[in-house]
Design a protein around this ligand. Structure first.
Ligand SMILES: *[C@@H]1O[C@H](CO)[C@@H](O)[C@H](O)[C@H]1NC(C)=O
Ligand SMILES: *[C@@H]1O[C@H](CO)[C@@H](O)[C@H](O)[C@H]1NC(C)=O
Ligand SMILES: *[C@@H]1O[C@H](CO)[C@@H](O)[C@H](O)[C@H]1NC(C)=O
Length: 450
């Protein structure tokens, strides 16, 4: 009797621990989130129909058409540095984990999500050495709580150029375009080649005109200061090397690498973690994989965790920060570094995000998820109802479900309150989802989805 009980208990624990989540559904929903973030004229096949055309007057200082692209987060600014990073990560994930995307039936949706970004970058790259970095002012936009469809405030456009360069921004966009070239080269070679041409020009601009985009124009200092550009020069060169096989780009990597100061990890500001594991794959040079492995081991073994097991790295956007760590470790696992350990950890961390604590931090996934996400569009009722700070302060759930969005996430004690004003824990962003969905796609590829 006793033995049977113990066995039953053991079986129960086993089943609970390995209970899978439907990651395919998570991935499908994540792509809907990208549709909800679209700016500009929406296409006929738009599935998130509570969003409509918006910001159709976005223009450069000389009247250039800058419509399209993505709103960054819960606001309506088009921040180029975060947008390009988002696209690089989406393209990287689709390239290297297409099997996961195929299994979820979302290869086409993912290409569309990437192209929504790359089409905009092509517009923003108005000449070889002039690239629009941002449309909409963080300082101005954030004073309003209105639908993206009803923007009437001034939406200035900010550029980088040879006198005010932004090597970080230009090299990241070069990375996005080079990775997207690889995504599209067997789909539409004409389009892919256009992307590659712009990637090369932007990299050249970044390499020859050094500077941080944060120093080029002031508006971005509201929100996304860059800590340096050397990591993007390495990362962009690695992607261009992958796209072209031109060894010149590897000489850039070797030249810039020794000049980097203290860079670690992988996020919109820090690219070295991604560059290391990509270079490990492209060059086979063991120094890169060793560095990644040491980083992953150290983070998995020594980094602070919440009581329920989330690796806790940052208060703001805690979940996406951990997802990026897991992405790097899964790439290292694919190259043979501690594969079992990293994969088990990645599954555990993603499960935390999608429901293992009894709550899913992905909107619209599972039975309990955030209802008061800090997101202007989702919080606004359909017109003609007014939308303003009343909706911001309202305790009612968002009238629109921002399906697929990963919110910032809990604090260090698993603490989290589903309240709209809390942008630290309850906002969303295009770059939150890109790393997260890449890890989810990788787990699907590994056969871990229910
Ligand atoms: C170069 O970029 C800076 C920063 O955005 C801008 O202030 C300046 O007007 C630009 N120069 C030209 C010639 O457009
Ligand atoms: C391929 O890309 C080019 C350039 O964007 C475009 O004009 C053309 O319509 C595309 N072809 C197809 C079949 O989508
Ligand atoms: C960015 O840097 C400026 C100083 O150059 C500072 O005033 C501002 O608070 C910083 N912004 C962020 C978001 O860190």
């Amino acid at each position: 009797m006793k033995l049977i009980f113990v066995l039953a208990l053991a079986l129960h624990v086993y089943v609970t621990n390995t209970a899978g989540y439907n990651y395919k559904e998570v991935l499908q929903k994540s792509l809907l989130f990208y549709e909800a973030q679209r700016s500009g004229k929406l296409p006929a096949d738009q599935r998130v129909t509570w969003r409509k055309d918006s910001a159709l007057n976005d223009k450069g200082v000389n009247g250039e058409d800058l419509t399209g692209g993505y709103y960054d987060a819960g606001d309506c600014v088009k921040f180029g540095f975060q947008m390009s990073f988002t696209v690089t990560v989406l393209a990287w994930g689709l390239l290297d984990h297409e099997a996961g995307y195929k299994a979820a039936g979302v290869v086409e949706d993912t290409r569309k999500a990437i192209k929504w970004g790359t089409d905009y970058f092509l517009k923003a790259h108005v000449s070889e050495n002039v690239f629009y970095a941002q449309v909409g002012s963080g300082y101005i936009d954030h004073q309003y709580w209105v639908r993206p469809e009803d923007l009437t405030m001034e939406r200035p456009a900010y550029m980088v150029n040879v006198t005010n360069p932004g090597s970080d921004l230009a090299a990241e966009t070069a990375a996005a375009l080079a990775a997207s070239y690889l995504v599209f080269k067997d789909v539409n070679a004409t389009y892919a080649n256009i992307l590659l041409t712009h990637a090369k020009q932007l990299y050249n601009f970044a390499y020859k005109n050094r500077g941080k985009y944060t120093d080029a124009f002031a508006d971005v200092r509201c929100c996304y200061n860059s800590s340096g550009y050397e990591d993007e020069l390495i990362w962009g060169a690695a992607w261009l090397y992958r796209a072209t096989k031109d060894k010149t780009y590897l000489t850039y990597v070797e030249e810039v690498y020794p000049t980097i100061q203290y860079y670690i990890g992988f996020n919109w500001d820090q690219k070295i973690g991604g560059a290391d594991v990509l270079l490990a794959k492209l060059t086979g040079d063991s120094k890169y994989l060793t560095k990644t492995k040491n980083y992953c081991d150290n983070m998995i073994e020594n980094q602070q965790r919440t009581p329920k097991g989330l690796i806790f790295i940052a208060e703001w956007g805690s979940l996406m920060t951990t997802a990026y760590l897991m992405e790097i470790c899964l790439e290292a696992a694919a190259l043979g570094a501690n594969a079992e350990k990293y994969r088990a950890e990645a599954k555990k961390q993603i499960d935390y995000m999608v429901g293992s604590t009894g709550f899913s931090y992905v909107v619209g996934f599972g039975s309990k998820y955030p209802l008061h996400v800090h997101h202007r569009a989702a919080s606004c009722p359909n017109p003609p109802a007014k939308c303003d700070w009343t909706q911001f302060s309202s305790t009612e759930p968002n009238p629109h479900v921002l399906t697929g969005a990963l919110v910032g996430g809990p604090g260090a004690d698993d603490d989290y309150t589903d309240v709209r004003s809390d942008y630290v824990h309850n906002e969303v962003a295009t770059y939150y989802n890109s790393g997260f969905q890449t890890v989810v796609a990788t787990l699907i590829e590994l056969g871990y989805s229910d």
